[in-house]
Design a protein around this ligand. Structure first.
Ligand code: R1P
Length: 412
């Protein structure tokens, strides 16, 4: 049995219009069993929860460059945007719903010119418009550091000149004075917390370093002259902890100061706390959440973090990656993270969820104001002159396709 697709719509209907309708698909059995042919309906939700291009049989893009894939139009592989669709000032938010909510803060678009919106096949939503007259984009980034990596690198590739990126997320407040509903700003930068699976591997009595390189603190894990493999495992285990923390990476001080001032203006200074952030590689074990289903060995993690970092205020999952990439961007990205404290990890309290929307609006207002007021250099550093567009041009030319290089900016 295979799945065949037909479109129950006008031939020239757009893909976006198509998402608003029910799309007929046909399950086709072998010709010997035509009686079992039947029709089913695919709802909009089903289309959006999968690769829509695959569902409706749309032509798949061709990617030529495995190093940095873009299609012939210059659209990036995961975010699906191209030069002209993303502003140099970006508000990165966790969820699609938050992106849509905060898009209501943007300047009203001109009649007949709705805000630019693009949802990629991977579910990254980009909304571009203006705030106080300045072009800005709001990008739903989803969860975790790998997704922040996509957002920073793929947006960097389609934007000319210097960029500013502010993350507005939710987080746990790690210690007082941070409390429920506060806006916590990573002015002191961010550390990363990573679970170290080698810790558990080295606990296994059957482990022998010859299966790998031993991964020990001393690097070779091959054991000593008197110990062979067993001592190698012991040596690798010595001093090892189940969770590793990085050194802090800094935030942009100018953007941090602007954001703190704007946040204080919106919610009042007593509800803004600046300090160090920690981005964990998971929501549960690496943030010190405990349970009996798994051997996580994290009961003391929060206490150790607070003891080692008295200025630690927030615990979440993305800011470290944003700041680390900004730090490595050769001066081309200014970045900062701010989060609404959704939970108090020290008291175990959780915010009433109905209050979140108002806090997102407050945080979003402060973030957008900081974004449009931070000065950016317009002259692009050589390394940031629209990498994706150049790659797309190369791919298209290789196919003999004429390349239109003039960029149309969606906010013009
Ligand atoms: C976990 O629930 C998610 O919420 C926090 C964490 O960093 C993680 O992404 O941020 P967002 O609300 O921005 O998604």
């Amino acid at each position: 049995m295979h799945l065949e697709h037909t479109r129950a719509m006008r031939p020239n209907i757009s893909h976006r219009e198509c998402l608003g309708r029910q799309i007929h698909t046909y399950l086709v059995t072998p010709p010997s069993r035509p009686a079992q042919r039947r029709t089913r309906l695919v709802t909009r939700a089903q289309v959006e929860s999968t690769d829509a291009a695959a569902v409706i049989g749309r032509h798949k893009p061709i990617y030529k460059n495995a190093n940095f894939p873009t299609d012939a139009e210059g659209r990036t592989y995961h975010l699906g945007t191209k030069e002209g669709e993303v502003a140099p000032r970006i508000l990165s938010v966790g969820s699609v719903g938050r992106a849509q909510l905060l898009s209501t803060l943007l300047d009203p678009p001109a009649p007949g010119r709705p805000l630019f919106q693009r949802m990629s096949s991977r579910g990254f939503l980009t909304i571009t418009g203006r705030y106080e007259g300045e072009p800005v984009s709001i990008v739903s980034t989803h969860m975790g550091q790998p997704n922040m990596d996509f957002v920073v690198r793929e947006n960097r590739a389609v934007v000319q000149g210097q960029m500013a990126i502010v993350r507005l997320g939710t987080c746990g407040a790690v210690q007082r004075p941070a409390k429920l509903g506060d806006l916590l700003i990573a002015t002191h930068g961010s550390i990363a917390i990573r679970r170290d699976p080698d810790y558990w591997t080295l606990l296994e009595s059957s482990y022998e370093p010859s299966h790998g390189n031993g991964g020990g603190e001393n690097g070779n894990g091959k054991g000593s002259a008197n110990g062979g493999h067993a001592n190698g495992a012991n040596g690798a285990r010595a001093g090892r902890k189940p969770y590793a923390t990085s050194l802090p990476v800094p935030a942009d001080p100018q953007l941090a100061a602007l954001l703190a001032a704007e946040a204080a203006a919106v919610v009042g200074p007593d509800r803004v706390v600046e300090g160090l952030n920690a981005s964990a590689d998971s929501f549960y074990s690496s943030q010190g959440r405990t349970g009996s289903d798994f051997d996580d060995r994290n009961e003391g993690l929060l206490g150790e973090l607070v003891a080692a970092h008295p200025d630690l205020v927030s615990l979440e999952m993305e800011t470290f990656q944003l700041l680390d990439l900004a730090r490595c961007s050769k001066g081309s990205i200014k970045a900062i993270g701010m989060c609404v404290a959704l939970a108090e990890r020290y008291s175990n309290a959780f915010l009433e969820y109905r209050k979140l929307e108002e806090l997102e609006i407050s945080g979003g207002t402060a973030a957008l104001r900081a974004l449009v007021h931070v000065p950016l250099e317009r002259t692009p550093p050589a390394a940031t002159a629209s990498w994706a567009a150049a790659e797309a041009g190369t791919a298209a030319e290789a196919e003999g396709v004429e390349v239109e290089r003039k960029v149309q900016y969606v906010w013009d």
